[in-house]
Design a protein. Structure first.
Length: 406
């Protein structure tokens, strides 16, 4: 690896992890605002859940778009724009009066802003500067930054809500997200660095041709199918875990602590997944992650609903929470190279967040119509088992090698 590129790796990885800490930390703690937002506006849990569900989809849909822009014009500008959108969306939310306004602020503005500073853009910017054997670790390291954000922001938001009210808490979060703008400057490449990074990439097809190749590949679609389930699971819990805790007669502090434990455990899970991705087949790592989720949910349903149960449940789930990101991003890079990784991985995140839309929205419908989340848990188990199995047919080899062998 070129020495100039090598010297730039750790600053880029640390900066990317810090940006993801902010964008993911704020988004993953938004479920704490559902109850106070409903009490203040009277919009109803279903309407608020729908706005957050649209936000889940927008967050995913924005990433291949912003990824394509970043692949062409650079990461720094995209992340800075995202910081502005995220801050505006969160700052305007306390002043909304109707469902359409809430859709605009939570469903589109803040979600798109977070998407511009999320996985595909940040991992794509880093992976192009690394040799193949280092990419899984880098993805895990950056992903751990997002998990640390959840660990920090979930209890912080709960403290701010209790001490100063939900409006002040949300405005504080909006101000915090502006820190991504100066951080984005650290991702800028000089012309010499950009030329060195591009020179390290093997020649290949253009973006349109690469998209056509990927969309005809069965292994790529298997990744999409598994990631759909991951999004369903994560969005359901982030949005409705506070509601589940409340239904069990426990305090809001238990929900905030559980979300923090999930974030803390996923730091270890992300780093472990990144390290194991250099040793074991990444499709097998994905199989065991999804299978573990199914088992954990089954045990949770059978266990007494105490604070200790929630903490243990959060610890197990947290280890696999978004630990699926490093092997999924690693497989996309392994299958198709890193030139358009931000775009191709962004599309898998679109599938992830399509699942997230249904997880957040159907959770609200379930609790309003049945008074519990039981059917959501059953669906989660079935989807997790399906996701485990669907990753096994993936052919874990570069597409050119597979074509040559055929």
């Amino acid at each position: 690896m070129n020495p100039t590129v090598a010297r730039s790796i750790w600053p880029v990885m640390l900066t990317s992890a810090a940006i993801l800490m902010i964008t993911m930390g704020t988004r993953q703690s938004m479920g704490l605002f559902i109850s106070p937002l409903n009490t203040s506006t009277g919009l109803g849990v279903v309407a608020i859940s729908f706005a957050m569900a649209v936000g889940q989809f927008t967050w995913g849909a924005s990433q291949p778009i912003f990824g394509a822009v970043a692949d062409r014009f650079g990461t720094a500008r995209v992340v800075a724009l995202g910081g502005v959108l995220l801050a505006l969306g969160m700052a305007l939310t306390p002043f909304v009066k109707g469902e359409w306004a809430l859709l605009l602020t939570l469903g589109f503005m803040s979600a798109a802003g977070a998407g511009a500073g999320s996985f595909s853009i940040l991992i794509g910017a880093t992976a192009r500067r690394l040799p193949p054997e280092k990419r899984a670790f880098a993805a895990g390291f950056i992903n751990a930054g997002g998990s640390f954000g959840q660990f920090v922001f979930a209890p912080l938001n709960q403290v701010l809500i209790a001490a100063f009210g939900w409006v002040s808490a949300l405005l504080t979060m909006a101000a915090t997200t502006l820190a991504t703008i100066p951080l984005a400057r650290l991702l800028r490449q000089t012309p010499a660095q950009a030329a060195s990074s591009n020179a390290a990439l093997p020649p290949g097809p253009g973006m349109r041709e690469q998209l056509r190749i990927a969309l005809r590949d069965r292994s790529y679609w298997c990744l999409h199918a598994g990631f759909f389930t991951c999004g369903f699971h994560v969005a359901f819990l982030v949005t409705h875990l506070p509601g589940e805790v409340q239904l069990c007669g426990l305090s809001a502090g238990v929900a905030a602590t559980s979300l923090a434990i999930i974030g803390l455990a996923n730091i270890a899970g992300s780093l472990t997944a990144g390290a194991l991705g250099n040793v074991y087949r990444m499709k097998h790592l994905l199989f065991w992650m999804y299978a573990t989720r199914a088992v954990a949910i089954g045990i949770y349903l059978a266990a007494p609903k105490t604070s200790l149960t929630f903490y243990a449940f959060a610890l197990v789930l947290g280890f696999t929470w978004l630990s699926t990101v490093p092997p999924t991003a690693g497989l996309v890079g392994k299958l198709f190279g890193t030139r358009y990784l931000a775009t191709l991985f962004g599309l898998t995140l679109l599938s992830h967040q399509t699942g997230g839309f249904f997880g957040a929205w159907l959770g609200g419908l379930a609790v309003v119509n049945t008074g519990s989340y039981a059917w959501m848990w059953y669906a989660d188990i079935a989807l997790a088992l399906g996701a485990a199995v669907v990753n096994l047919p993936i052919v874990e080899a570069p597409l050119r090698a597979r074509t040559a062998a055929a």
